[in-house]
Design a protein around this ligand. Sequence first.
Ligand code: CAA
Length: 256
Amino acid sequence: MFVDNKIENNVGILTIDRPKALNAMNPDVLWEIDQSIKKFIEDEDVGVIILTGAGEKAFIAGADIKVMQQLDRKGALDFGKLGQEITMTIEDSPKPVIAAVNGFALGGGCEISLACHIRFASENAKFAQPEVKLGLIPGWGGTQRLPRIVGKGIATELIIGGHMIDAQDAYRIGLVNKVFPLEILLEESIKFAQVILGNGPNSVAESLHCINYSAGQSLINGLDMEVESFSQLFETKETNEGLAAFVEKRKANFRP
Ligand code: CAA
């Protein structure tokens, strides 16, 4: 087993645990991450998911280079598609996925974090898309998601430079939302998860859906989708409760 899952107060915490390889991902690790995320998505007790790495050194040091060394073109296509599928499972999750990046997030590790809805980092975290140093390019969405998050110019610099940046630089370019001392990274991630859990679950899921949809869409298509989602919510108990709670000057109870 390379993944440890636990649920604490409606937060599903997935910890990748392959210390010998700094949590690098071979097909088994990928499969376990995929299954764990899917289980959390289905589990009614889970409202927010946190993805982190075991230990104090690495979130994920990338795709397993020793595995990749054995791949031919067909094998690389399958491995690439498997990694990409997992990034889609994460990104399409109706429950927010927070990456608590506790060390190296390199190559595929950085790409997994890019698919998460929010990235919090520890002060010792380091980010890179170092694939060009291996004669490769990012294969799990780095060329597509990184420019969407930090802009084309900075993404290009990172991808063709292949160099590492620290947590403060990652924060400066908008790659991470916040930086915390390592000792409190998970605690702070859980705190934000609890903030989200106080909000309407359908509203949160619809927000994620609309934000994801905005990538690559024309403004007009995006606005159509947004107003459709906005209006659908008016048929839900959740929205009635949220509006009524404000008018009645009480806290909304979205998870009775
Ligand atoms: N794959 C396989 N094994 C890895 C690994 C990886 N991505 N990263 C680290 N390891 C292994 C090392 O081989 C080493 O194992 P051994 O003791 O058996 O040799 C162990 O983890 C510890 O690593 P180091 O001794 O290298 O530790 P360090 O502190 O000196 O360096 C590091 C840490 C800077 C992260 C360095 O390990 C490193 O550069 N790793 C590779 C990072 C990388 O290039 N990742 C991108 C992969 S390509 C990719 O992900 C493609 C894609 O888009 C899908």
